[in-house]
Design a protein around this ligand. Structure first.
Ligand SMILES: NC(=O)c1ccc[n+]([C@@H]2O[C@H](COP(=O)([O-])OP(=O)(O)OC[C@H]3O[C@@H](n4cnc5c(N)ncnc54)[C@H](OP(=O)(O)O)[C@@H]3O)[C@@H](O)[C@H]2O)c1
Length: 299
């Protein structure tokens, strides 16, 4: 039974491929990417496939039983159409089951600047459910790696800031996500269900405190207003070149933290067959595996 992962050249794609390989033979695992040479996993078949083209995706999906469709990243394109292309391609190619990687949220995202991005995920979920394919939706929590890097970087100034305030949200590492996604893809008992893949729900201050303990940092947390946050993000060259709308969307993500939209119960154990790691365990794993440069704290 062949399982393919599409958008496989990204962070989550690589992790899901490796998680699948821990469970099944390399002959059963196929990576699909716009540029297959970017997939850095040895021993598996790699095929070209672009979400922009139903035909290219249908060709890539020949002989595939189950597809893990990693959601298309936010960009200057219509993600609803991209996801629909992949679902149509899966049907055309005779794929039996499709797992879509979505994003957590209890509906309160509608009151935030993240709603535009979230609507795309909810639309893909609806399109998948209406497709006639066997389906699973994995709603991913926020990547712990991403915010941890920002907190570690903040050691230089001693302050980590965003609009999350006292809101709590579920963080998880990409490897934990991949472990659960690989299980969901392989076990048909999960078909027809939606899973929140998150760890413990923590406030920003609690997350920073834990990072201080695990990484020996001296960082404190401060809440920003929405406009202050946009101004801060627009100072980051990588975000500034993507424009103010991206800064608004990223701010909206932490509005979701603030208003509790990302404070959802975890279905990780039901999906993965084991409890999710604690946030401390996940941080300790990252400390051991990541080459993180910790800037010295201010005197
Ligand atoms: N839960 C979270 O905290 C969180 C954080 C960040 C992002 N995300 C979302 O999670 C999803 C996957 O994340 P990731 O970490 O794997 O992202 P990533 O590392 O940025 O990878 C994005 C992937 O999407 C591929 N892609 C872009 N356009 C495509 C297209 N038209 N057809 C096929 N593939 C295409 C890229 O291919 P190329 O290599 O060819 O560019 C790359 O493989 C994205 O939707 C991302 O926005 C979630």
């Amino acid at each position: 039974m062949k399982i393919a992962v599409s958008a496989a050249s990204g962070r989550l794609g690589h992790a899901v491929l490796r998680a699948l390989l821990a469970d099944t033979g390399a002959d059963n695992v196929v990576a699909i990417a716009r540029s297959p040479e970017k997939v850095d996993v040895a021993g598996i078949e790699k095929r070209p496939g672009d979400y922009n083209s139903t035909d290219s995706m249908a060709a890539a999906l020949a002989g595939i039983d189950t597809l893990v469709m990693i959601s298309a990243p936010v960009g200057d394109w219509d993600r609803v159409v991209l996801h629909r292309n992949v679902i149509a391609a899966a049907r055309k190619a005779g794929v039996r089951k499709l797992l879509f990687t979505s994003v957590i949220g209890n509906g309160q995202e509608q009151q935030t600047w993240f709603w535009g991005a979230q609507q795309v995920n909810r639309q893909a979920e609806a399109d998948l459910k209406a497709s006639g394919l066997q389906w699973v939706v994995a709603r991913n929590g926020l990547y712990l790696e991403m915010d941890l890097r920002h907190i570690i970087h903040a050691n230089a100034s001693g302050v980590y800031r965003n609009v999350g305030g006292a809101g709590e949200c579920g963080y998880i590492t990409i490897d934990e996500l991949a472990f659960a996604i690989a299980r969901l893809a392989q076990d048909d008992r999960h078909n027809g269900k939606t899973f929140n893949l998150v760890g413990e729900n923590l406030s920003q201050a609690a997350l920073v405190q834990l990072a201080n303990e695990v990484f020996g940092l001296k960082v404190r947390y401060e809440t920003l207003s929405d406009e202050e946050n946009i101004a801060l993000l627009m100072h980051d060259e990588k975000i500034a070149v993507r424009g103010r709308d991206v800064a608004r969307m990223l701010t909206g993500c932490f509005q979701c933290v603030r208003n509790g939209a990302f404070n959802v119960p975890s279905d990780f154990e039901a999906a993965a067959g084991r409890p999710v790691k604690t946030t401390r365990q996940m941080m300790e794993g990252l400390r051991a595996g990541l080459s993180l440069q910790i800037p010295p704290a201010q005197a």
